[in-house]
Design a protein around this ligand. Structure first.
Ligand SMILES: [Zn+2]
Length: 437
């Protein structure tokens, strides 16, 4: 294995000369973030495709166990697979907020806890005794090993309670993977299924059925409908949700969205135009958060991890050997946020170095939400599922916005004689934002 790039200490920085944003987007944290994803992808590269699939399916489930058991005071440093899933979830800041704050009971404290990047880096060669002790105390009864690897991941069973009838669903991991990757749809015995059988497309369907049902005095917790466009909980819940009857028979099974579309369209005929926004929101939510996704989360984390690979390949090939590389990333990220502040309709597309600082910021979910709400008046979403044609347009919009922007650090670095003056001006601006907090 070739040497890893980010497994030493971060490059030394002169105190007070490095820009930081919101206290958490620092050169050190960006470095630790790159170290985390390098360690994860190097591990993946050493596995076969089948092993990778098994690893991801188990990692997603282990992250769920992590969320369910979360208690900020008692948690160990997370193992690599859980840390990577947690990070992937946070890279969808609106969906993860819905899941952790509004949909999964008692998960809110996960959101208020920062990703322990420094501890993850410190324990890169293995967990401390303290970490293992805490793991054992919280997860010992589950039989889950601290470190998930190619040698231990085939052992044990997927085991989770049915969301509707609470009856246990238990399957060997190797069988579960087939369901999770859509390769196996064979029904297995289960008491609340049609003919007392279900497969994992049914599990996804039942998740939506469960979420369409009101709970206590809160509205139905349908993922994708709980926030307004600025990322804060809707004052007035989606009006279409309570009118929809959960579907039990869906044919073909993998077109759940189509079956609901027919019902939504039918309702709209009598309801009129004022329901159109909510109808579209609900249908989009069903398509992106429920369709084919039996996991407890609104993001299909296994497939979201796969999308992160492109970012890793691009980020790792950049030169991050000096502190200046990180300083530049942080300054440009700051300017990038300024672009979005000036034009709230702009869907800004980041460069890789900006994205590195942005990802780091999102791993501190509480500060990220607070900062973007304070300064941009909305929680900035990060969406890596934008299709290619739209992405091209948004990239060209972003380029135009950069050329019109007065805070062009990238021009400052070209004019070397002026650099000191301009750089200090920017430092001030970044620190200015940070001191306001
Ligand atoms: Zn059931």
């Amino acid at each position: 294995m070739t040497q890893l790039k980010f497994q030493q200490a971060p490059p030394p920085t002169e105190k007070d000369m490095m820009p930081t944003l919101n206290k958490v987007v620092t050169a050190r944290n960006c470095y630790y973030y790159l170290a985390l994803i390098e360690r994860f992808w190097r591990g993946m590269d050493a596995m076969t495709r089948d092993q990778q699939r098994l690893y991801l399916a188990r990692a997603e489930f282990r992250y769920f166990l992590w969320v369910r058991a979360f208690d900020a005071k008692r948690m160990p440093t997370p193992p690599l697979d859980i840390a990577f899933m947690w990070h992937t979830h946070l890279l969808s800041p609106l969906r993860s907020y819905e899941d952790l704050a509004l949909r999964i009971p008692s998960a809110r404290s996960v959101l208020n806890t920062n990703m322990p990047l420094e501890n993850l880096h410190r324990e890169k060669n293995g967990p401390t005794k303290d970490t293992l002790m805490k793991w054992e105390r919280i997860f010992g009864a589950t039989g889950e090993p601290y470190e998930l690897n190619a040698n231990n991941m085939v052992y044990g069973n997927y085991c989770n309670a049915c969301i509707l009838c609470k009856h246990e669903i238990r399957l060997p991991w190797t069988t579960y993977v087939g369901y999770r990757y859509g390769e196996n749809t064979t029904p297995f015995d289960h008491p609340c299924g049609i003919n007392r059988q279900i497969n994992f497309l049914d599990v996804a369907r039942m998740k939506l059925e469960y979420d369409l049902t009101p709970k206590g005095d809160t509205g139905p917790p349908v993922a994708g409908t709980l926030l307004d466009p600025s990322g804060i909980p809707r004052q007035k819940p989606n009006t279409m949700v309570p009118l929809i009857v959960p579907l039990v028979h869906i044919e073909p099974q993998n077109e759940m969205d189509y079956s609901y579309e027919l019902q939504i369209e039918d309702k709209l005929k009598s309801l009129g135009k004022k329901y159109e926004y909510d109808a579209n929101e609900l249908l989009y939510a069903i398509r992106t958060c429920y369709q084919g996704n039996p996991s407890p989360f609104s993001v299909d984390l296994i497939h979201a991890v796969a999308r992160q690979r492109k970012f890793y390949d691009a980020a790792i090939s950049m030169d991050w050997s000096t502190a200046n590389a990180f300083a530049s990333a942080i300054r440009r990220y700051h300017d990038f946020l300024m672009l979005m502040k000036k034009d709230s309709s702009l869907v800004a597309v980041p460069t890789i170095e900006i994205d590195c600082a942005w990802h780091t910021h999102m791993l501190f979910s509480g500060p990220y939400r607070q900062f973007t709400r304070n300064y941009l008046e909305r929680v900035i979403n990060h969406d890596d599922t934008i299709p290619e044609p739209s992405l091209k347009k948004f990239t060209s919009d972003t380029c135009r916005a950069w050329t019109l922007s007065p805070t062009r650090y990238w021009i400052a670095v070209r004019k070397k004689k002026e650099i000191l003056k301009k750089t200090f001006a920017l430092f001030f601006e970044i620190h200015f934002i940070f001191t306001l907090l």
